[in-house]
Design a protein around this ligand. Structure first.
Ligand SMILES: [Zn+2]
Ligand SMILES: [Zn+2]
Length: 311
């Protein structure tokens, strides 16, 4: 059984912040096709986009970087780490809903799947929903203080997702309606992913009720696509960003996560161009279309400005 401390994760719990997690990446055969930009042009996007971004200030008390010592990862360091990239047969992302979802939840999941396919420029397949009963009682609990129903992340990753990973999957990522916890000593996590196993899971439980109002639905969508892309970014071997405001920043709370953008800093953006072997113009144009359709005005404005820099 994989030691959960060796699994890369995101948006962490409010307790046990001193636990150190390894950020190991799995080697793979990173073959690049002629679809993308090529290494020298990817590198040139970094200075072009830099002035659109602000460097991170000193973290506030309780922020992720105040509680975790992380060095960050430049594009050059990423490339040298032999990262997981879309290659060979492994080019599809699978999304696996687990639990009891309303029609609105299902809409949120399919919209998130569409966003993932744009963000990572690959095919995304949404699997048939699995009932929560695939998770045994021994991997479920009621939180001792809050009384919230929770599912054990390691069981989902190792027993439910990893054995069923399709041969053509780059990764499988699950959504649950229930809250998640990663094991003894932990309180909860929003999401959890394994570089090595190429599986991840995140929960919609803390993102608000999308049935409440259009405003709350939009907030739920933004939170969902943010955690979905952040976790999937980890499966592409991208480590937490420590330099800029960026979707790959670590986060200790919903408040901290809400303050972080959906877009990537120039260094992390270059990692996606490399890992997905895609053109930044195609990607930004599709992101702009998505934001238009879903009324994400601030995000659309950023992608438009970024497009003008790399066009
Ligand atoms: Zn993370
Ligand atoms: Zn970044």
């Amino acid at each position: 059984m994989t030691n959960p401390k060796k699994l890369a994760h995101t948006l962490a719990t409010v307790v046990l912040l001193s636990v150190l997690w390894s950020t190991e990446s799995s080697p793979c055969n990173a073959c690049q096709t002629d679809r993308g930009l090529g290494l020298s042009k990817i590198k040139r996007t970094i200075p072009k986009l830099r002035t659109l971004h602000t460097r991170l200030e000193k973290p506030k008390a309780g922020d992720w970087l105040e509680t975790h010592r992380e060095k960050g990862q430049t594009f050059s360091q990423y490339r040298k780490s032999k990262p997981n990239v879309l290659s060979g047969r492994r080019r599809k992302l699978y999304v696996q809903p687990i639990g009891d979802f309303t029609e609105t939840d299902n809409g949120l999941i399919s919209t998130s799947a569409e966003f993932l396919s744009i963000y990572f420029q690959c095919e995304v397949i949404v699997n048939e929903t699995l009932p929560e009963s695939v998770i045994p009682d021994s991997a479920q609990r009621t939180h001792p203080s809050w009384g919230v129903h929770q599912l054990l992340t390691s069981h989902i990753l190792e027993q439910v997702l990893a054995p069923e990973l399709p041969a053509d999957a780059f990764a499988t990522i699950a959504f649950t309606k229930s809250d998640l916890w990663p094991g003894e000593g932990w309180s909860f996590v929003f999401g959890y992913a394994s570089f090595r196993e190429r599986v991840g899971v995140w929960s919609l439980a803390r993102f608000g009720d999308p049935e409440d109002s259009d405003e709350v639905r939009k907030q739920c969508l933004l939170r969902t696509i943010k955690v979905a892309t952040h976790e999937t970014g980890h499966m592409f071997s991208i480590e937490h960003c420590t330099k800029y405001r960026c979707n790959m920043q670590g986060s200790n709370s919903l408040e901290e996560s809400d303050s972080q953008p959906i877009y990537l800093c120039p260094e992390c953006h270059a990692k996606i161009l490399f890992a997905a072997n895609c053109l930044p113009t195609d990607r930004y144009k599709k992101l702009i279309e998505f934001c238009e359709q879903h009324d994400l005005a601030d995000e659309k404005e950023y992608f438009q400005r970024a497009l003008s820099r790399v066009d």
